[in-house]
Design a protein around this ligand. Structure first.
Ligand code: GLC
Length: 780
C-alpha cells in the first residue's frame, strides 16, 4: 500500500472546517450555498427522495468523469421543491423529505415528513486538509447499518470502520476490512425511518460507522471534494430502487446461469472435464455449467489454450453442449510479458500502447500466474474495446461465459512463491484513462475490476448473439450492470458457511443481486457434513457454484459418500424445480434493483427483531430458509415474522411473530412459505434446457397475496424488444374458501402449450391448459 493511502504525513496542517453560509442562490435543480473562504456547498434535487450533496473547499466542482456510474444530473427530470428561509435555516422541501442547511455554522440536517431526523451533521460538520475530507454525521441509538458492498462478518455493520479500496483479500476473516469489491453505499434503518447514502467517490474512502465514536458516522475520502447522495426510503426496497436508478441494474442473465455450476482449480484436461460431466450425468446431479480455471491456458497466457491438455476445445465444447453443459473460462488481467514469443495479446498491447505505464513512461510490470505480466488500462475506451474483442479466442470455440479474476488487481513485486515476494498495486501516480479525463490510479484503482468486467461484458455482447455469463471478483458501485460477483477465496470451514449468507445479503443490499460464495469452501478440505450443509445453503445463492482450490480434496458431490451425494442431489433438484421462481426474482432485480437473497429486514423493516437476524434469509418475498451452519446441530431456533407461515416439508401451518424450535437432521434445511405465497415450480431436469416446460405447478399457501411470473426465451436479447410476458396470480380467502385468480398473460412471449397445476396447501389441486386467459379457481 502506498504511503499516502489511509495515513497522512506527520507534519500535515491542521483541519479546516466549513464555517458560515454567506449567501445562496436557487437554480433549476437545487441550491448553491457560498460559504466563508470561497468554499461552496451544492444541493441538487434529483427526485423527491434523492438529493445530491456536494461540497468543495475551493468552490470548484470537478467536471463529471466519463466513468462515473451515476446518471448525470442533466438526465434527471426536473423535480418540484420549495425553499424556506429563516435567520437560522434554509430549508429545501420535496414531497418526501426536508433538507435544512443551518447558516452559522453551516450544517446539513434531514427530516422525513413526520419530522424524524436522519443523516444530521454533527457539531464538526465538514472538515478538510490536504488529501482528505471528512463529513461527521450523527447516528441515533436505534440505527443499524447494512450494505457497504462486500463485507465479512455478520449483517449489521455498525461499530466498524469500513474502507472502500479493492484488494485481493485472500484469507479474509470476520475482521478483514478491505475486500475484493469496494461499493461505497449503505442503508441505515430504524423503525419507520430508513435512508441510503451513496458516497460518490472513486478515491480511497472510508465509513467509520460508530467505531471511533459510538454515535458518529464519518465519511472520509482522499478526494478533493465531498460528493454524496442521500436516498430516502423509508423501506429498503425504495432505497435500492433509487440507488440502482443511479448506478444501474443488472441485465437479465441467460436462464442456464441460474443452474448449478461446477468448478475446480482446475479440471485441467479434456479427459478430466469429460469424466466430470459423465459423472454428473450418470449420477443424475443436475448441472448447467462447468468452469475452467487457469490451467486450460498455455503457460497462463490469457486467450490461449494448452494444446496438450485441450487439443480440440471446439470439439470438447460442442460435445458438452450436446449434454447440456456450457463452458465458462477464467481470464485474468495480467498479460504474460512475452515479447520474444509469438504471443499476439502481448504484442498487440505493446504495439498499441494499451498497457499501464509508470509516470516515467516505462511499461509497468508485476508478477502474477504467468510470472512477469503487463496490465491493460481498462479505464480507456479503446483498450476495453480491444479486450472485449479478444474474447473471440474463447467464444469462437463456443465458450459461453467469462470469469474475471485477480482484478483488484492482485499482483506481486516478484514472482509468486519467491521469498520476500509481496503484494503491490499499480503505482498511485501512474497515468490512467483517456486523454479527456486523464488521471492517476489514485482515482481509478477501485474501478479496475469493474472496467475489466465491463470490457468483457461489452465484448461478449458483440461477439455472441445471445446472453452470456460474466463473473468478476472485483468491482465498484454499478458492477451489477456488467457482471455477477462471487465472494472470492473462502475456506472450507463452518465460519465461512455462516458468514456467506450475511455477506451475500449485504451485497444484495448494495445493488448487486447476482452473487454467490464458493460452495464447499475454496481453501481446505470440507467434511461430508460441512459439504452437505453447504449445498443446502448454496441452493439459495443466486449464483450456485461449487469450487475448490488446487491440491485440496476433490469437492464434487459424490466425493463424500452416498448420504451426502443424495442430499446434494435433493437440494440441487430443488433449485431446478424453483427455477421459474428464481428467474422471476432475477427479473425483479433487473427491473427494480431488488435483491434475490434478502435479509428479513428487507420485508419487515419495522420489526426490529429482524435487524440482527443474519442466519435466516428470504428468497424473494415468499420463501424463507433457516439453514444449519454448525457441526452436529440438528435443531435450530427460527424466527417467524408477522403473519402465517407453512413448513415447506411438512406443510404444517405455523403462526408468525414467534420463535420456534425446528428439527433439522442432516438431510433437512428448514424452509418456510409465507401465507399468500404463490410459488411456480417445474419438474426436475438435468439442465435448464433439457425438456420443454409443458407443465407448470403453482404451489399456493392459503392467505392473501400475489405473484407476477416473468417469462421469456431465457437466452436471446429478444426480451429487449418486448418478447417477454408476465402473468399475475392472486390468492385470497373468502370465508372457508380459497380463491386463486389467474390474470391474463401480458406481453408478446408465448410459452409452449402447457398444463398448469394449481395446488393449494390443504385444499388439493386443480389444473387447466394455459391459453393465457384469465380464470378463477375456487377451493373449499
Ligand atoms: C484466485 C481465485 C480462485 C481461482 C484461483 C486460480 O485465487 O479467487 O477462485 O481458483 O485464483 O485461478
Amino acid at each position: 500500500m502506498p504511503e499516502f493511502i489511509g495515513q497522512l504525513p506527520k507534519n500535515e496542517p491542521a483541519w479546516n472546517a466549513i464555517s458560515s453560509v454567506q449567501s445562496f442562490q436557487r437554480y433549476t435543480q437545487g441550491i448553491h450555498f457560498d460559504c466563508d473562504h470561497n468554499s461552496r456547498l451544492t444541493l441538487t434535487v434529483l427526485s423527491p427522495n434523492l438529493i445530491r450533496v456536494r461540497f468543495s473547499p475551493n468552490g470548484e466542482l470537478t467536471p463529471r468523469r466519463s466513468w462515473a456510474v451515476n446518471l448525470p444530473n442533466a438526465e434527471w427530470n426536473i423535480v418540484d421543491f420549495n425553499i424556506q428561509e429563516t435567520n437560522e435555516l434554509i430549508t429545501v422541501e420535496t414531497e418526501k423529505i426536508k433538507v435544512c442547511v443551518q447558516r452559522h455554522p453551516c450544517r446539513i440536517m434531514c427530516f422525513d415528513k413526520s419530522g424524524n431526523p436522519f443523516a444530521h451533521d454533527t457539531d464538526l460538520g465538514i472538515g478538510w486538509r490536504k488529501n482528505q475530507i471528512i463529513n461527521w454525521k450523527e447516528i441515533t441509538i436505534e440505527e443499524r447499518f447494512y450494505g457497504f458492498g462486500e463485507r465479512s462478518g455478520l449483517l449489521n455493520q455498525r461499530g466498524k470502520c469500513l474502507t472502500n479500496w479493492t484488494t485481493d483479500s485472500l484469507d479474509y476473516t470476520m475482521l478483514t476490512d478491505e475486500m475484493y469489491q469496494a461499493i461505497p453505499f449503505f442503508m441505515s434503518l430504524r423503525p419507520n425511518v430508513g435512508y441510503g447514502l451513496f458516497f460518490n467517490t472513486t478515491f480511497w474512502s472510508q465509513f467509520d460507522v460508530g467505531a471511533d465514536q459510538l454515535n458518529t458516522l464519518q465519511l472520509k475520502t482522499q478526494d478533493s471534494q465531498l460528493d454524496y447522495y442521500i436516498i430516502y426510503g423509508p423501506e429498503p426496497a425504495t432505497i435500492l430502487e433509487t440507488y440502482t436508478q443511479l448506478t444501474g441494474r443488472m441485465p437479465l442473465p441467460p436462464r442456464w446461469a441460474l443452474g448449478y455450476h461446477q468448478c475446480r482449480w482446475s479440471y485441467d484436461s479434456e479427459t478430466e472435464v469429460r469424466e466430470l460431466v459423465k459423472q454428473l450425468r450418470n449420477r443424475r446431479i443436475p448441472c448447467d455449467v462447468v468452469h475452467l480455471d487457469i490451467d486450460y491456458m498455455q503457460g497462463f497466457r490469457v486467450f490461449t489454450w494448452n494444446k496438450q491438455r485441450f487439443p480440440n476445445p471446439k470439439k470438447l465444447i460442442e460435445d458438452l453442449k450436446q449434454q447440456g453443459i456450457k463452458v465458462v473460462t477464467i481470464i485474468d488481467p495480467g498479460v504474460k510479458f512475452d515479447p520474444e514469443a509469438d504471443y499476439q495479446v502481448c504484442d498487440e498491447g505493446l504495439k498499441n500502447d494499451y498497457f499501464i505505464r509508470r509516470v516515467d513512461g516505462q511499461v509497468f510490470h508485476g508478477y502474477v500466474w504467468p510470472d512477469r505480466a503487463v496490465f491493460p488500462d481498462f479505464m480507456r475506451g479503446k483498450v476495453r474495446e480491444w479486450w472485449g474483442n479478444l474474447q473471440h479466442y474463447l467464444t469462437d470455440v463456443g465458450v459461453a461465459g467469462i470469469w474475471n479474476d485477480m482484478n483488484e488487481p492482485a499482483l506481486n513485486d516478484r514472482p509468486f512463491g519467491d521469498v520476500g515476494s509481496s503484494k503491490i498495486t499499480f503505482p498511485m501516480d501512474a497515468p490512467a484513462g483517456d486523454e479527456e479525463d486523464k488521471t492517476t490510479w489514485k482515482e481509478t484503482h477501485n474501478l479496475y475490476g469493474m472496467n475489466m468486467a465491463r470490457a468483457c461484458y461489452e465484448g461478449l455482447e458483440k461477439l455472441r448473439s445471445q446472453r452470456s455469463f460474466v463473473l468478476t471478483r472485483s468491482g465498484f458501485a454499478g458492477v451489477q450492470c456488467y457482471s455477477a460477483v462471487w465472494t472470492g477465496d473462502n475456506h472450507s470451514k463452518w465460519e465461512y458457511l455462516e458468514m456467506s449468507l450475511p455477506m451475500l445479503c449485504n451485497l444484495g443490499l448494495s445493488g448487486v443481486a447476482f452473487v454467490g460464495a464458493d460452495i464447499g469452501g475454496f481453501t481446505g478440505d470440507a467434511s461430508p457434513e460441512l459439504f452437505a450443509r453447504w449445498m443446502q445453503m448454496g441452493m439459495l445463492y443466486p449464483l450456485m457454484r461449487g469450487h475448490s482450490m488446487i491440491q485440496t480434496k476433490r469437492h464434487e458431490p459424490w466425493e463424500f459418500g452416498q448420504e451426502v451425494e443424495d442430499i446434494c442431489r435433493k437440494y440441487i433438484e430443488l433449485r431446478y424445480q424453483l427455477l421459474p421462481y428464481f428467474y422471476t426474482l432475477f427479473w425483479q432485480a433487473a427491473d427494480k434493483g431488488e435483491p434475490i437473497l434478502r435479509p428479513l429486514l428487507y420485508h419487515y423493516p419495522n420489526d426490529s427483531q429482524t435487524y440482527e437476524l443474519y442466519d435466516q434469509v428470504l428468497i424473494g418475498s415468499d420463501l424463507m430458509a433457516a439453514p444449519i451452519y454448525r457441526p452436529g446441530v440438528e435443531k435450530r431456533m427460527v424466527y417467524l415474522p408477522e403473519g402465517t407461515w407453512y413448513d415447506w416439508w411438512s406443510r404444517e401451518l405455523l403462526q408468525g411473530s414467534q420463535h420456534i424450535l425446528i428439527d433439522a437432521p442432516l438431510a433437512k434445511m428448514p424452509l418456510f412459505i409465507r401465507a399468500g405465497a404463490i410459488i411456480p415450480l417445474v419438474s426436475v431436469m438435468q439442465y435448464t434446457e433439457e425438456l420443454p416446460i409443458d407443465e407448470l405447478r403453482l404451489l399456493v399457501a392459503p392467505g392473501t397475496g400475489k405473484f407476477t411470473l416473468y417469462e421469456d426465451d431465457g437466452n436471446t436479447f429478444a426480451y429487449r424488444d418486448g418478447m417477454s410476458s408476465t402473468t399475475q396470480y392472486r390468492v385470497d380467502l373468502e370465508g372457508n374458501q380459497v380463491v386463486v385468480e389467474v390474470g391474463e398473460r401480458k406481453g408478446k412471449w408465448i410459452p409452449i402449450e402447457r398444463k398448469v397445476i394449481v395446488e393449494v396447501i390443504g385444499f388439493g389441486e386443480q389444473e387447466f391448459i394455459d391459453d393465457g386467459s384469465q380464470r378463477r379457481l375456487v377451493y373449499q
